[in-house]
Design a protein around this ligand. Structure first.
Ligand code: ARG
Length: 264
């Protein structure tokens, strides 16, 4: 598999756009680099191809490559960020994806959409979230631009402001889910489509356990994923727990730092 990552040179907390971010809480830059390098080396050791984009001063959240776009086959629907603070990333993500040969499309002007942060596939069915970052009205456009079927889910807890903070597909019929992050009707829609849901408590999800990358029979995530080890080993999955606390200060974990490039 190929994964797009962005080096954390310019990562930091320079503004507050989610409940995790506090300008007063400083990022330990050296630790952040170590945590990012550990994830990067793990991918390389597992035989994945890691594509890197340049991080840019003044765009401290660019390290979170999951928010570049949603990808399917060779198409990309580029993010249009809800907050002006991240809007400067868009043209850089477009250039990076075009360089990787993606046909880059966009939702209509005026709509917000935050890429794979709010758009995850279970098999070939796309789950799209709204409530904090992505507009509900963008969902139909994203599905049409990618030519896929989709289900819209409403997020209700501001700590889980992106779908990838509370939901992680593991295979075509299995996913991790933090049920209380979703409106009850949305949860029912997921239950109807995904036969095997591994429920994660709000507390464990708040450690960014669901912000995970399933790879080579293992679920790679933050330290909190060790809490899920019994359930995951029961379905034949290993867990790999990596310290991610420097990125959690910005509201991100393993999955936010990783954009899988070859879906579909
Ligand atoms: N500070 C970033 C933001 O609030 C974190 C993004 C995390 N990315 C993700 N895919 N959940 O936009």
């Amino acid at each position: 598999m190929a994964i797009l990552m962005c080096r954390p040179e310019h990562f930091g907390i320079e503004y507050e756009i989610n409940p995790w971010m506090h300008i007063a809480v400083e990022v330990d830059h050296e630790r952040a680099v170590e945590q990012w390098e550990a994830l990067h080396s793990l991918y390389v050791d597992l035989g994945e191809t890691v594509e890197l984009t340049t991080s840019l001063a003044g765009l401290p959240d660019m390290v979170f490559s999951a928010n570049a776009a949603v990808l399917w086959r060779r198409r990309a629907v580029l993010s249009r960020f809800h907050h002006a603070e991240r809007a400067g990333e868009e043209r850089h993500w477009r250039a990076a994806l075009e360089r990787l040969d993606f046909d880059v499309r966009e939702v209509s002007a005026g709509l917000s959409f935050e890429g794979a942060g709010d758009a995850l596939f279970v098999g070939d069915h796309l789950f799209l979230a709204w409530g904090f970052r992505t507009d509900h009205a963008a969902h139909a456009e994203v599905a049409r631009l990618l030519d896929v079927e989709s289900t819209s889910l409403e997020l209700v807890d501001p700590r889980f402001y992106h779908l990838d903070t509370c939901f992680c597909p593991l295979d075509g019929g299995t996913a991790l889910i933090a049920p209380r992050a979703f409106a009850p009707e949305s949860l029912e829609l997921v239950r109807a489509r995904v036969p095997r849901l591994i429920e994660v408590s709000t507390e464990v999800a708040a450690g960014f356990a669901c912000n995970a990358m399933p790879l080579s029979g293992a679920v790679i995530s933050s330290a909190a994923v060790s809490e899920l080890q019994p359930e995951l080993s029961a379905i034949g999955c290993d867990t790999v727990a990596l310290p991610m606390d420097e990125f959690i200060k910005a509201g991100g974990g393993v999955r936010c730092l990783s954009l899988p490039l070859d879906l579909g």
